[in-house]
Design a protein. Structure first.
Length: 204
């Protein structure tokens, strides 16, 4: 690949353009590059993390803009809590900080068409992608979230279980505490989970 000056921290696709986020050696400056073919990359913009030694956890295309989360670890041993930062951009060049708190990182986002959900150490929610608040799933540590067209589904990589919600407000827990899943996707027909325990296929 040409034009990409660092290791990729997160990837997203909006249907025509791939976005890649990588971190500079200063540990405070993030750069964003884009590509239409996955081979040739163009750096689009940079933004500075408010706290040093932070990381990118997630980037998605949110329907009409890019949505990104970053975090900084506070403490070195459990119960470690991360500070959270949520950013938006319409062009990958100019980034705006929309939300920050010390309630824990967000590792993935999903959008239903009417509600945005972020899952990680707890949950955040928004109806417009710009104004965020903590949701009612507070005592969880989930790894991924998807929207299937019918409901949100979350998953965990530490065996803490998974949750589902049709509207993002009322959640029910699945009986899968012993399943370790690192990532989820929905192919339009099936929910597919991948983790150390294998590949899991479920109904939407």
């Amino acid at each position: 690949m040409s034009g990409l000056p660092g290791s990729i921290r997160a990837l997203a696709w909006n249907g025509s353009e791939i976005a890649a986020v990588f971190l500079s050696y200063s540990d405070t400056m993030y750069s964003v590059a884009s590509s239409i073919d996955g081979e040739n990359w163009l750096t689009k913009g940079t933004f500075t993390q408010p706290q040093a030694e932070a990381r990118i956890d997630a980037i998605i295309w949110a329907g009409s803009f890019w949505l990104l989360s970053s975090a900084k670890s506070i403490g070195t041993s459990p119960p470690r809590i991360d500070s959270l930062f949520i950013w938006t951009s319409s062009d990958l060049s100019t980034w705006n900080l929309r939300y920050s708190d010390s309630g824990g990182y967000i590792s993935d986002f999903a959008f239903s068409g009417t509600r945005y959900i972020g899952i990680g150490q707890g949950m955040v929610e928004s109806i417009n992608g710009y104004d965020w608040q903590r949701g009612n799933l507070s005592d969880i540590e989930e790894n991924g979230v998807i929207w299937t067209g019918q409901r949100f589904i979350t998953t965990s990589y530490n065996g803490s279980g998974a949750y589902a919600s049709s509207e993002g407000l009322t959640w029910s827990k699945f009986d899968n505490d012993n399943i370790y899943i690192r990532g989820l996707l929905f192919d339009g027909q099936r929910v597919i989970g991948v983790g150390p325990d294998g590949i899991f296929i479920g109904e939407p």
